[in-house]
Design a protein around this ligand. Structure first.
Ligand code: Q9C
Ligand code: ZN
Length: 351
């Protein structure tokens, strides 16, 4: 299987996040992508390839142009006003109740205020190299998509970092800036006039992907994740969210309990795969997060390493072209092997 990787990811090297008001070490670190790269580079069944530049158009097909323009200058503007900070964090957010009954909010002119207009959580600091890394991650996803859609490969893997599935059309958060999987899906729909599914197996619900495609009949979103009644991102990902308008029926959420084990997970994955098959997409984009692992520091599932080859094989059994996009997974000692196992299962290779 071809693996698209760019060293540019390492330019997004923030160090902290705020968890319930406490400043803690960031979980989403450059070493994550390096561990995955090393595990795949050591396996002859994988070939590393560099991304090609795809420009801004595929990003602008998904995201608000003002968000894209903001992210390009966000560090420069924040840094100009807070030169001693190495990481940019918001001071306040645009909660909908703040302007209830008034005209909509607007982005303030200065860097310290504006970041809270575009951000929606406390875990996603911006640093000097964030924009370059986020742009490279999109190129990684689009290059891998092209290997499948244009090159005829049965599957390809995009080693994206920073991840993307929490970024909606017009905001960033959840360690995500540009929605790599959604951008690859949308680009395929537009260039090929086909239906695409995004199947999200990250521990967290991919609220950004759901929001971007919620009204769309031609893009299906299916997700298995920790129930938002207890798990981040808390406000999106409930089972009764099934799409709207012409997209009614194209969104399927399968929220799962704490300590979810291999057997339960693989049973639910079969339900998800059946729904994908009924939608009949020309491409399946898998948002792959291995923060479902039992030892993950921010997930609460109990999956073992054996679940990953089985999960990859279950999705491959659809017999459809597959683009696998990296999202989360924070237990670094097992990260490379868990991703490798999933991909080997997806490629029909022995575990
Ligand atoms: N107590 C992805 O997996 N909140 N994003 C962490 C830990 C942020 C996860 C809270 C989680 C974001 C791509
Ligand atoms: Zn996650």
């Amino acid at each position: 299987m071809q693996v698209v990787y760019s060293p540019e990811h390492a330019r997004h090297d923030a160090e902290h996040e705020a968890n319930f008001g406490q400043r803690v070490g960031l979980y989403e670190l450059p070493i994550r992508a390096e561990e995955i790269r090393a595990a795949l580079a050591a396996d002859d069944d994988f070939t590393l390839v560099a991304p090609t530049e795809h420009g801004l158009d595929p990003i602008l097909a998904v995201h608000d142009p003002d968000l894209v323009a903001y992210l390009e200058v966000a560090w420069r503007d924040f840094h100009a006003e807070a030169p001693d900070e190495r990481e940019a964090f918001p001071d306040s957010y645009l909660h909908p109740a703040l302007r209830e009954g008034m005209q909509p909010g607007r982005a303030p002119a200065t860097g310290k205020g504006r970041i809270g207009y575009w951000s929606w959580d406390t875990a996603t600091p911006l640093v000097e190299g964030t924009y370059a890394a986020a742009r490279a991650a999109v190129d990684v996803a689009l290059t891998a998509a092209s290997l499948v859609v244009d090159g005829g490969a049965p599957s390809a893997y995009a080693l994206c970092r920073p991840p993307g599935h929490h970024a909606p059309r017009a905001a960033f958060g959840g360690y995500c800036f540009f929605n790599n999987a959604a951008i690859a899906a949308e680009w395929t729909v537009r260039s090929r006039q086909v239906k695409v599914t995004v199947l999200d197996v990250d521990y967290h619900h991919g609220n950004g992907i759901q929001q971007i495609f919620y009204n769309r009949p031609d893009v299906q979103y299916v997700s298995l994740h920790g129930d938002p009644d207890r798990a981040y991102p808390y406000f999106v990902g409930f089972a009764d969210e099934m799409g709207a308008g012409k997209g009614l029926g194209t969104n399927l959420n399968l929220p799962l309990p704490e300590k979810c084990d291999d057997e339960r997970y693989l049973t639910e994955l079969e339900r998800a795969v059946d729904a994908v098959d009924r939608f009949d997409p020309a491409l399946v984009v898998v948002s792959l997060g291995v923060d479902t692992y039992g030892q993950d520091p921010i997930g609460d599932f109990a999956l073992t390493r054996d679940s990953y080859p089985a999960a990859g094989a279950a999705v491959a059994a659809l017999g459809r072209p597959m683009l696998i996009v990296q999202e989360g997974g924070y237990y670094v000692p097992a990260l490379g092997q868990n991703v490798r196992s999933w991909l080997r299962g997806a490629a029909g290779l022995p575990a």
